[in-house]
Design a protein around this ligand. Structure first.
Ligand SMILES: *[C@@H]1O[C@H](CO)[C@@H](O)[C@H](O)[C@H]1NC(C)=O
Ligand SMILES: *[C@@H]1O[C@H](CO)[C@@H](O)[C@H](O)[C@H]1NC(C)=O
Length: 561
């Protein structure tokens, strides 16, 4: 038999199989079978041949957008290598979609001009360099970077069999969400109450996880069945039990450049849980929900556990860090910088509406449970009449009014909320402003926790984006005046464990309360730090073995053990 007749024979076998099997859920089996056949016949066709398949019909959305970006469904109609997986699949699918004029012209970038090609490849000025950047495979016809593709529920589509599997779940065209290179998937709700099934993700007690949309702009969701009471208790116990100077509960400080001073607009106490079993497992679960796989320690801050006693609150703010322009890190996530992308809030206490302590979204409409929400002024009057906790016109009192007139989430044990601080293209979403409402009862304490996920390597990581001095000078002059004290120039610091002292076997490196990475024998970390920054080397049990303070002066610094 010649190679050519082999090909024809195989193509018709594949066609027959797929026609029989696609309507059922045996697609995976079919693909396995097909790939076995292909392996046996090295000269066999390696391209997907649309004429021998049930048509695969797709509707493309741009990441985070509820509406589709083209009218008629696209019937997958160009050859696609059957064996392509992951990055190479992204590249071939992008190529295929580009061949459909409706998609190419309709699915261009939201801001500015261009076609679908320009949506997927935002260009060197706006493509964040993620860890897997070098694995991206350019699109064959354009040599530009490809999109990656997700289902509505945030499941990555990684191969043709994967695509067939998802497409076979419904007779309607498959809704596919295209995510630009260097960007992260974002859920795309169209209305309040809309749900997103997450039952493909494991739950500690086998329950079904799903999202329920609380607000479309800002994008806020309740994550149903995200965590369990045992985990809530564990987080509280660890926060109370921790006697650590860096990790234990204390009055909140300002955050990244934490000073001695406590924060006047944040009266809660906080602690960081960077290594507890529940904390780690919750962090990984957050990444799965967000469609980020695998988990990356350098894209999340430590899990922060918070305690709010009576009258304490956290004034409305953005989680996005609006840092001084002289800083060495590039926080501009609308370009190549990185910043906080999404926040997951966890509640560990049961509160009634009268107890306060809600999370309020300043730009969110009150949720459906509130029938006729009061106006801000009505709420302010009511707050004044019923509480002597706060001085008239204090920020806390105004906040109570805001909490009662806008979207607010009341704490319930094991309740959880997700919201985004960035738009899908990396621009900050100012509508994500939110706050911790004052606790109005002295009979309860509000326990909560939060996790911040970044859109790329977090500040200070060796792969994190650097702010170039020339850009700083040109772009941000006027902002400087508003800043109290810009930090001095950054200093490159190398930490190295040369393996000489067994005391440091199993050690970890911490920047303030945040785990930086393993610091066992042979490990080294090169970071951008600042004079006065405090780093810790901790042992197996979390005990501080070394405290390292970055000194002043020019040039690089080295710490060796
Ligand atoms: C594709 O990605 C998955 C999940 O990350 C990985 O397990 C698999 O090895 C990858 N396949 C290829 C061919 O790279
Ligand atoms: C908050 O309340 C707890 C007891 O419920 C108490 O131990 C703690 O000291 C209080 N914190 C502050 C800052 O008063």
């Amino acid at each position: 038999m010649t190679g050519i007749s082999n090909k024809i024979l195989l193509a018709s076998v594949l066609g027959l199989l797929v026609a029989l099997l696609v309507p059922h859920s045996h697609v995976e089996n079919y693909m396995e079978m097909a790939s076995r056949l292909l392996n046996l016949a090295p000269s066999s066709p390696s391209n997907y041949d649309p004429s021998s398949y049930e048509p695969i019909r797709l509707h493309v959305h741009m990441n985070g957008e509820y509406g589709r970006c083209h009218k008629s469904p696209y019937v997958l109609s160009t050859p696609l290598p059957i064996s392509s997986r992951n990055y190479s699949f992204d590249s071939h699918l992008t190529d295929s979609l580009l061949s459909f004029p409706e998609i190419d012209s309709g699915c261009g970038p939201v801001v500015g001009e261009g076609t679908f090609k320009d949506f997927c490849d935002m260009g060197p000025e706006k493509t964040v360099i993620l860890e897997d950047h070098d694995s991206l495979v350019p699109v064959p016809s354009t040599r530009t970077l490809p999109c990656s593709y997700y289902t509505r529920e945030g499941r990555r589509i990684t191969s043709l069999s994967n695509l067939i599997e998802f497409a076979s779940l419904s007779s309607a065209p498959l809704d596919v969400y295209a995510v630009a290179a260097g960007r992260l998937f974002q859920f795309a709700p169209g209305k309040v109450g809309e749900t997103f099934d997450l039952s493909h993700l494991p739950h500690p007690q086998g329950k079904k996880m799903y999202l329920e949309t609380m607000s479309v702009s800002p994008k806020v969701f309740e994550i149903k069945n995200f965590f369990v009471e045992e985990e809530a208790d564990d987080l509280i116990e660890r926060a109370i039990g921790s006697s650590s100077k860096t990790h234990g509960l204390k009055r909140s400080t300002t955050g990244v450049d934490s000073e001695q001073d406590t924060n006047p607009i944040r009266t809660s106490e906080n602690a960081f849980d960077t290594s507890g079993k529940s904390a780690m497992s919750l962090k990984k679960r957050c990444f799965k929900i967000l469609g980020i796989n695998p988990y990356k320690e350098d894209m999340a801050d430590g899990l922060q556990v918070l305690r709010y006693n009576v009258s304490t609150a956290y004034k409305s703010h953005l989680d996005y860090l609006d840092m001084t322009p002289t800083s060495e890190h590039d926080f501009d996530s609308s370009r190549v910088g990185t910043n906080r992308f999404a926040t997951i809030l966890l509640y560990m206490s049961d509160f009634e509406p009268a107890d306060g302590g809600e999370t309020v979204f300043s730009y969110g409409e009150p949720y459906k449970s509130v029938k006729t929400p009061p106006t801000y002024l009505e709420a302010l009057e009511e707050a004044r009449a019923h509480s002597s906790l706060f001085k008239p016109n204090s920020w806390e009192e105004k906040m109570v009014a805001e909490c009662r007139s806008q979207l607010s989430v009341s704490p319930k044990r094991a309740r959880s909320v997700l919201f985004y601080s960035q738009h899908p293209d990396g621009r900050v979403d100012k509508r994500s402003k939110h706050g911790g409402c004052p606790v109005l009862t002295d009979e309860k304490v509000k326990w909560a926790a939060n996790l911040w996920v970044w859109n790329g390597p977090r500040m200070g990581y060796s792969s994190a984006p650097l702010k170039h001095a020339d850009k700083v000078k040109k772009g941000h002059k006027s902002e400087k005046k508003d800043r109290a004290q810009p930090p001095k120039g950054s200093i490159k610091v190398v930490f190295e464990n040369k393996g000489k002292d067994p005391k440091f076997n199993g050690a970890s490196l911490y920047y303030q309360e945040t785990l930086w990475g393993d610091f066992g024998p042979g490990e080294s970390h090169s970071v951008n730090s600042f004079q006065g920054h405090v780093w810790y080397v901790k042992g197996d049990n979390g005990e501080v073995l070394l405290t390292l303070v970055v000194g002043g002066g020019e040039g690089n610094q080295r710490f060796e053990v």
